[in-house]
Design a protein around this ligand. Sequence first.
Ligand code: GAL
Length: 650
Amino acid sequence: MYLGVDYYPEQWQHLGDDMMAQDMARIKQTGGNMIRIGEFAWHLIEPADGQFDFSFFDLVIQTAKAHDLKVMFGTPTATFPAWLAKAHPSILAQNAHGHAHAFGGRRQYCFNSTVYQQYSQRMVAALVAHYADEPAIVAWQIDNELGHEGSDQCYCAQCHQAFQVFLSDKFAGDIQALNQTYGTIFWGQTYNQFDEIPMPTPTITVHNPALRLDWARFRSASLNHFAIAQIDLVQSLRGSHQPVTHNFFGGFFNVACDQNELAAHLDFVSYDNYPVWGGLTEPIAPAQIAMTLDYMRGLKQQNFWIVEALMGAQGHNHIGYLPRPNQAKMWAYQAMARGCDNLLFFRWRGMDRGAEQFCLGVLDVDNQDNRKLAEVRDFMRDIVQHEAALKIPVVADVAVLYDFDNIQSWHVQQQSSAFDFTQELMRLYAPFYAANVMTDVLSVHKDFSTYKIVVVPALQIIDGELAARLQAYVAQGGVLVMGYRAGIKNRDNNLHFGVSAPAFLTQLLGVTVRESEALGVGQSAPVFDVLTGEVSQAQVWRDMVEPCGATVLAHYSDVMYRDKACVTEHAVGLGWAYYVGAGLAAHVLQSLTDVVLTKAGLSSNAQAGGVEQVVRGNAPFTRFLLNHQGQDAVVNGAALAAYGVRVELE
Ligand code: GAL
């Protein structure tokens, strides 16, 4: 198992070479056996056009070897040198208003710039060739957080032209096919040539929704094309002991990048796990941290690495919540419990100068031993004892599905001012988390046929092929939970014509939906639970569900819509299909989830105080108990301190 820290020795170069040796000795003493280096060091390696100098990193690697540390090396293409931007300003990405990003931040390059592609390929080739035979370098990371910080979008002339070519390829050069698909006859938007097609830059009212979904696909294709070319290059030059990874970041549903496509080319997936960042006054909910880990595991359906695990408070400008004593350590355990099997903390030491002074590390700039270092040491010494259990794949009975096209379609048309895809996925994911039932978070394109329960939040794009797979899944005994707004659209981002919603699924779900209502910010609608007689409030959205075979579990209770169902249950073949027609309150969904678990032959493992429990391995089992609360809990009769972790063997 690799454990360690992200380390930027170039930031401490001015203090002399001893600093690096001292740092590495301390990293080793702390329990680390790996450092991750290099991902922002293009200028250091190529200080002038075509002049490569590896002497600094040769020394870093020599020092690492002297301290028995292995190395993950990041290709530095996220931060290009100033000389390159000066010589070729066309590499700079442009915002939607046509302004080029200034040199000075990071990730400001255009994925479609052929100049950038050439320079970055030359840099990567030189770097990997130089170190391919280096036994201490045991992994390559390409670039850094592709698509993050808005870098998935660029509206430069190169992108405009590439978008038109992308569309011409998609429609096989047939502009009338595009016009027909997009419905450009309305508002007189018919195109005669592909070179008339705009990018969706600001205009009066809105752009065509089908064009905007294709723009998102184009952005994804641009990013992935750049990334995959780099992966291919590294794989062609690397040593056979050097797998290739990339570090994905947390806001994945908000980025125009189909990460499943990218991950398919990687040897393993890495994740930068920041449960709190920037100005957040508190961390994201424990369930949401868990969901991000399940998502990362789902990209390749394999265990993954964390190459940036937060330890100190973070922020470029606004500083976020200070992780409480033991809280960041608990997050590291949570990550391991949910499928991370190698972990590096961000970062060895915070900086006294430069852009990230307030992205604090394990050590602070006073360079003294501190609480965080002690936590890292305790974690590293303890977690290695569970290595065997942690290497075993995570087994989940529940799959929560998402689809890239569908998420982008929601970004194009939010429909309810209260709608946020991540939060709506969390609405249906969170009850399983609270029940301590393990979940995989997967693309709909993956095989879900073997799961006991499949949960599908807000899937407005449904095609016949997916509907058939869902149908077969339930018929063979699966339990399906379908969220609201299901199946109103096709893959062109157009509404299904002549088909009742949920398209292709009315028989499976035993319902139709003819009318719906957006519940914007501050709005709600009353829901009557048939079993309990309780009235709760739904938010964000409601479908006026009409049963055609399904049993009504809940209906609306406002006068005009008392006859419309909200939650239904339908027996089909050997399985069950549920429709959840509104953004239900958390406690209502928790009860519904208990019903669904029972139908699937499962049961809740909820612990008092919301303690997270993850069981790994085969007998003997390893049980991780994680207290996410700032107060003590009691689990199985024994106290578990605030932010405490207990690992039980059984
Ligand atoms: C990550 C990024 C790191 C560093 C860190 C600060 O998103 O990969 O380079 O910026 O955030 O919290």
